[in-house]
Structure formats: structure tokens, C-alpha cells
Ligand binder design. Structure first.
Ligand code: F6P
Length: 549
């Protein structure tokens, strides 16, 4: 089934949602909660180890049914079919989008251009397992016959953010290999990352889908030169492996063909951590945990594929996000995990969400007349409470926020976890209810504040509340639940792309800067600044005059 190109603003649901918005824009969540004691019962989804309570949103049953109608009129059901069955839904690059196949069972029989890709997927998985087992148990050694102690992942964007985020997130399950990540072409970052490493016991994993990315190739080159200061050319195969679709370029770089872990053009960079791009994850936590991550993601895939849309976590979260983005005019969304382990989740999802849905041309090739991709940002709680929560509580912008928390801590520290989770619940309650004038006045009485001082302070101390949040309460942070969580957001991205009628799986917008950087690099090398806009010329000349290296 092909994906249809439907302008969302032309649907009946959109028009009805616009009318409905006029009734809802000033609706009070506090009043809706007061009027309906069973609101959470109505607006939550419980699935496996996940409880998603979305009752703290500015919605009623009509809102939800109109949003579901929008999904239905946008052809979401057939789009989901196309997504999972390998249709070339990435039309501008004429590719299928099949990261879901990487976590499917071998028997799934997923086809690309009539060829079942599962045997290849499992061959690479077996290669990952064999390789990681050898490095972890020390049977595969470095050039001086010592076991490996460190792994350095060299990649950028999707070839860095996913593995870096997961390695951090699963730190509790880590073995004794230390994994570092080099991404930025900033040479200082490279040198800092190499500090203290012993070339005899360090494995380098070069990850680049295209193997043409300037940052990764420069960094790999520099790291190889650093390695060759201690080792010989013939030692390179023992210490350098690569993950790429571009086998020719990898071999040209000098990496042994046996050390190449292939991937496929039907896996987008920002959705690739499930492929061999996740090699450093598997090295850090062992293949069993890597496989657990894939299993958790596959479970979420099944949920997304089969659950009715009103009980479908990615669908409901995507629709709520459309409600705020396209009707309330919300400019951004925040993501606040109440665990330090997920400190890199927001930066990881920034690529997933913003590179996918930051588009302004619809699937018919016309400029869109409505808002698309949301801006996503966030930091773990409770740190973020002491940083930017002021703006979410009392600023002028509406910032729908996802709160992600876990019932069980990993080290079992009850005192800390009770405190952490009391903050988790308190924040969504505060964002919902705010603090009324009457409550503030009552506090003043208790504190003995009265007269002019009380009158002056009153408006500053009132919180309007009515700020929307979703609460994702998950039993425990494991490889499986993490896999499900990441897949949830991947599918949310997909649903929103379908509704906004855009192509979510290309990224032409990052190309122009890359092209210009290449020609500016020539000018920096030659010292001969060519014609640019006046500002760029001015800056380049200033830089060239001052630089001393
Ligand atoms: O930033 C653009 C981009 O193409 C991303 O989509 C991708 O994840 C990243 O560059 C790295 O690309 P590669 O894996 O080919 O080096």
C-alpha cells in the first residue's frame, strides 16, 4: 500500500479541530479534573512495563476523537503498513525505511525490492556477537598481545548520538571496557579524547554510513596517525574496525575487509543504533544486552503496528504534540527524564525529531502552510528544575513536557529514589494546578507577611498552572525498556511526518553548509578569500589576519 499525500488542513478533522480549539484554548485542566474524578482512568495507556498518563493535557474526549479522526483521514493506518513492509517511503532518496527490520525476528521475512533482508541482518548480528565476545572476554587481543581496555567510537550525527546515548543510559550494565566517543572535527576534542589512552589496548570503531563525512574521516585519520606513532602499519587491522555501507571507501582507508560491519541504505543514520552502528553499545554492555535493546524496540514496534490508535502510545503522543504545535502554536517541547542515565536522551532525539520533521515542503513538493517539526530540548530532573523550569512554570511560552521516570532505582537507594520521584510527581502536579491567589494569601498569613509587602509580592507568587505534561512511568531502566522507549519516539516522529504530509527520512537541509564549508576550507588554506556576502568576507579576513597556527 502506498502512502497517500494528504494536506492535513484540507481534512474535515482539521476544520473541526480549529472550531474545537476555539472552545478549548482557555479551558482549565483544573476544572476538568474537578469535574471528572475518572480523568486519569480515561486518559492513560498501560502497556508492558509502561504507564503513560496523558490526562494532564488541555484535552477532553472530543479533542482526542478529533485528533484520531485526523490520523484516520491522513491515512495513518496504510502509512504504518508501508513503513513496516519496506515500501520506498523515503521517496526523495528512493529508499525504504526499515530500522524496524533490524530488531525483528529472523522469521519476519522483511523484503526490500523483493529480497528478504533478514538473513543478512542476522549474519551481521552474529558477526557483532562473535566480535564483541572476543574483545570482552579478552581472547581477541591488541598488537602487543594485551587484552583491550578501551574502545573509541569515531562518528558523528546518527553514527555517534545513538551509541553515545545508549552507552550512557546502560552504564549500570556495563563491563570493564571504557568506551569514549569522538565526534566533532574540533581537534581539541580529538586530543582530549585520546588523553591517557594506551594504543596497545585501545580499539577504534569508525562509524560512517557513507564513509564520506568530513568530520569522521579527518578524525579517523588523526587517530590512525596517533596510533602509528607507537604501532606499525601491519598492526592497524587488530585495532581499527569500521561500520559502513560504503565498503569500497572503507577499504581505501586501509581497513581490513574482515573488520567491516556492513549496514544498508534502508537504515537512516538517525535510526541506525540498532544496526552495527551499535557495535560500541554491544562492546560496552555485551551482546545479550544489545539484543535486549533490540527486543524491547521490537515489542514497541508490535504495539505500534497492532494497538488501536486510541490505545497506541506513539500515536496518542504524536497527536497531542500536533494539537499543541498546530493549534495552540507551541514552539517547543521539553523532555525531562528523572534519571541521570538518560542525560543524553534529549540531544539524541534532537537529531531524530528535528532532522526528520524539520521540513517545509510537503510530499507534493509544495511549501507547507502550517507548522511542522517541533523543537525538542531537555535535561534530566531534578537538575533541570534548578535551571530552566522557572520558564516552564511562569514564562510566557507554552511548553508541553514529557516526564519520564522509573519505579525502581538500579542501586536500590530508597532514600534518594523517594526524593527523586517525589520531585517527578510534584512538578507535573505544580504545572497542572499552579498556585492561586487565595493559596498565596494563605501562605502570607502563615508567614506573617501583610500590608504593602503582601500586595506587592502577590502577583509574582501566583502560578497559573494549566501547563500540559505527559507522564511516562516505566518499571525499571533495562536494555529492554530503553529499547521500547527509543522506538516509541521513533514512531512518534513517523506519525507526525505522516500527518504533516512531509518526508521524514531525508535531510537535504544539512547539505548546503557542508558544501560551503568545503569551499571556505580551500580559501582558508590558500589565504585567498573569494566573493561572499559582506559579513562572511569580513569575518574570514579578520580570522585569516589573526590566526597564528
Ligand atoms: O548530519 C547529516 C548526516 O547525514 C546525518 O543524517 C548522519 O547521521 C550524519 O550526517 C553522519 O553521516 P555518516 O554516518 O554517513 O558519517
Amino acid at each position: 500500500m502506498a502512502m497517500e499525500n494528504i494536506n492535513p488542513t484540507g481534512t474535515a478533522a482539521w476544520t473541526e479541530l480549529q472550531k474545537h480549539f476555539a472552545d478549548m484554548q482557555n479551558a482549565s485542566m483544573q476544572e476538568m479534573f474537578a469535574a471528572d474524578k475518572g480523568r486519569s482512568e480515561k486518559f492513560h495507556i498501560q502497556w508492558n512495563d509502561f504507564l503513560v498518563d496523558y490526562s494532564k493535557n488541555i484535552i477532553n474526549e472530543e479533542t482526542l476523537s478529533l485528533l484520531l479522526k485526523l490520523a484516520q483521514e491522513s491515512g495513518l493506518a496504510s502509512a504504518i503498513d508501508s513503513y513496516f513492509t519496506g515500501d520506498a517511503i523515503n521517496r526523495t532518496e528512493n529508499r525504504a525505511v526499515l530500522h524496524t527490520a533490524l530488531r525483528a525476528p529472523e522469521s519476519a521475512g522483511v523484503e526490500v525490492n523483493g529480497v528478504n533482508v533478514m538473513p543478512e541482518v542476522y549474519a551481521v548480528k552474529n558477526k557483532i556477537k562473535g566480535f564483541c565476545d572476543g574483545i570482552i572476554n579478552g581472547s581477541q587481543k591488541g598488537y602487543t598481545d594485551k587484552a583491550f581496555t578501551h574502545v573509541v567510537n569515531i562518528g558523528i550525527g546518527g553514527s555517534d548520538l545513538g551509541p553515545a546515548m545508549v552507552v550512557d543510559a546502560l552504564a549500570y550494565y556495563k563491563n570493564n571496557l571504557e568506551v569514549r566517543f569522538i565526534s566533532n572535527v574540533d581537534g581539541d576534542h580529538v586530543m582530549e579524547s585520546l588523553k591517557g589512552l594506551n594504543p596497545e589496548t585501545t580499539l577504534f570503531v569508525i562509524v560512517s554510513k557513507t564513509f564520506t563525512t568530513q568530520e569522521t574521516l579527518s578524525n579517523a585519520q588523526t587517530v590512525r596517525e596517533w596510533f602509528l606513532k607507537s604501532a606499525k602499519q601491519e598492526d592497524v587491522p587488530k585495532h581499527f574496525v569500521a561500520v559502513s555501507t560504503n565498503i569500497q571507501k572503507v577499504t581505501e582507508f586501509g581497513i581490513d575487509e574482515n573488520n567491516i560491519f556492513p549496514m544498508w541504505d534502508w537504515v537512516g543514520g538517525r535510526f541506525s543504533l540498532w544496526s552495527a552502528v551499535g557495535l560500541s553499545i554491544s562492546l560496552a554492555v555485551g551482546f545479550e544486552n544489545f539484543d535486549g535493546l533490540l527486543k524491547g524496540a521490537h515489542d514497541m514496534d508490535e504495539h505500534f503496528k497492532t494497538a488501536p490508535h486510541d490505545k497506541n502510545i506513539p500515536v496518542v503522543l504524536a497527536l497531542l504534540s500536533v494539537w499543541y504545535n498546530n493549534f495552540f502554536g507551541a514552539e517547543s517541547e521539553a523532555l525531562i527524564p528523572y534519571t541521570q542515565y538518560l542525560q543524553k536522551l534529549a540531544p539524541y532525539l534532537q537529531q531524530g525529531i528535528m532532522e526528520s520533521n524539520g521540513k517545509s515542503i510537503d510530499r507534493n513538493g509544495n511549501p507547507v502552510q502550517y507548522q511542522t517539526g517541533t523543537i525538542i530540548w531537555g535535561e534530566p530532573g531534578t537538575n533541570s528544575q534548578h535551571a530552566f523550569f522557572q520558564l516552564i512554570h511562569q514564562g510566557t511560552k507554552l511548553i508541553p513536557t514529557d516526564f519520564i521516570g522509573f519505579v525502581q532505582p538500579l542501586y536500590g537507594n530508597k532514600d534518594h529514589h523517594d526524593k527523586l520521584m517525589s520531585n517527578f510527581f510534584a512538578q507535573t502536579e505544580a504545572l497542572l494546578n499552579g498556585k492561586t491567589e487565595a493559596q498565596v494569601k494563605a501562605e502570607f498569613v502563615k508567614q506573617g507577611i501583610d500590608g504593602d509587602k503582601a500586595a506587592f509580592l502577590l502577583p509574582f507568587k501566583v502560578f497559573t498552572g494549566n501547563k500540559p505534561t505527559n507522564t511516562l512511568l516505566i518499571d525499571k531502566l533495562t536494555a529492554e525498556t530503553l529499547g521500547s522507549l527509543i522506538a516509541l519516539y521513533e514512531h512518534k516522529i513517523f506519525v507526525q511526518g505522516v500527518i504533516w504530509n512531509i518526508f521524514s527520512y531525508d535531510q537535504w537541509g544539512v547539505e548546503l553548509g557542508k558544501q560551503l564549508a568545503n569551499s571556505i576550507l580551500d580559501e582558508i588554506h590558500s589565504g585567498d578569500v573569494k566573493q561572499h556576502d559582506n559579513s562572511t568576507e569580513f569575518l574570514l579576513n579578520y580570522f585569516l589576519k589573526k590566526k597564528e597556527y
